[in-house]
Design a protein around this ligand. Structure first.
Ligand code: ZN
Ligand code: ZN
Length: 331
């Protein structure tokens, strides 16, 4: 099975948070938090269509300038999701620059501010010198994005008195192609399989014809969707990725994290402190590596990556990850 999500942290675990999730076969990517990304190749960054911010501490948001600059001359809309205050934060950032030579640039940034009951959106268009557009409001029930491929859910955690959003990325279902069955039917591998998957995700009727280009230059075959689904498709549950950064180990936060990371295939969790400094961690609104491991285990996560280690432990570079894994595996 080829997974849809290919997650990777863009920086080492002592660096700024930025989790890049490539969507296989789609040519696009999602980003969770936006720390320093100046060393990341433009090719990777251009693929990003949606950015999800936990909170606007500088180590989680400083990369927005770099991403904006890269995209400025491109004809596209970039979506930025974040906690209460993100629209004011973005307005302030954009006001910090002069926009008199960019009137012909088509780039637009849609900023979605996730409140407790609604999502407030404002569009910032380059051709309007990034003056915020009218406010649009949508009801919010825990899900911020829902499209035929995946959905993104969020919960608001407490991070030393400010809201910090944790995210859960869920693929609705995973569509696997049986290559042996494909070969037996004499059908080629190719981009038509992406169209087939798209038709299934969008719930097209079984009678919809799928055009299958044939290798020997003969005319494409028109095969009903239902026939292909029964012969070459195997549908399995979708993948889940959970992302948590930054928050203290309060009872309320822990309960929300366990729900958000429930049975996640891959859980990315901040682990700023070592357990021996747990009082400092709580005072600063952060988790310890041991707590990250416990939360991952209690959530039933299959895999844990602990990250966002405090620079105070740089002389012991392996210790935070080892502590998190010992806790995760119940050692
Ligand atoms: Zn923070
Ligand atoms: Zn942080």
């Amino acid at each position: 099975m080829t997974p849809l999500f290919e997650p990777r942290l863009l920086n080492p675990p002592f660096g700024d948070p930025a989790l890049y999730v490539k969507l296989q076969g789609e040519g696009t990517a999602l980003l969770f938090d936006l720390g320093d990304i100046s060393r990341v190749s433009a090719g990777l960054l251009f693929k990003i269509t949606e950015v999800f911010i936990s909170h606007t501490h500088i180590d989680h948001f400083v990369g927005i300038d770099h991403l904006l600059r890269l995209n400025l001359a491109r004809d596209r809309v970039l979506h930025l999701y974040g906690p209460p205050g993100i629209i004011v934060n973005m307005t302030g950032k954009l006001k910090g620059y002069t926009w008199n030579l960019t009137e012909n640039y088509p780039f637009m940034l849609d900023v979605h501010e996730i409140g407790s009951r609604s999502i407030k959106t404002r569009r910032f268009a380059c051709r309007d010198k990034f003056k915020p557009g009218p406010v649009q409001r949508m009801p919010f029930n825990g899900t911020v994005v829902n499209n035929p491929h995946y959905c993104v859910k969020t919960r608001q955690l407490d991070h030393n008195g400010i809201p910090s959003l944790a995210y859960r990325l869920e693929e609705h279902c995973h569509i696997n192609i049986n290559r042996d069955a494909l070969n037996k039917l004499g059908l080629p591998v190719g981009s038509w399989l992406q169209t087939l998957k798209k038709n299934i995700r969008e719930g097209c009727p079984e009678t919809t014809f799928v055009s299958v280009p044939m290798e020997n230059d003969s005319l494409p075959k028109q095969i009903p969707l239902g026939e292909l689904v029964s012969q070459i498709v195997h549908i399995t549950p979708g993948e889940v990725i959970a992302y948590v950064s930054d928050c203290g180990a309060t009872p309320s936060n822990k309960k929300k994290i366990r729900g958000l990371a429930d049975k996640a295939d891959h859980f990315f969790c901040e682990a700023a402190f070592l357990e021996r400094d747990h009082e400092k961690a709580l005072n600063r609104g952060h988790l310890t590596a041991w707590q990250a491991g416990q939360l991952a285990r209690e959530s039933g996560a299959k895999r844990l990556t602990a990250f966002h280690f405090s620079p105070r432990y740089e002389s012991l570079p392996d210790e935070p990850a080892t502590e998190a894994m010992d806790s995760f595996y119940g050692k």
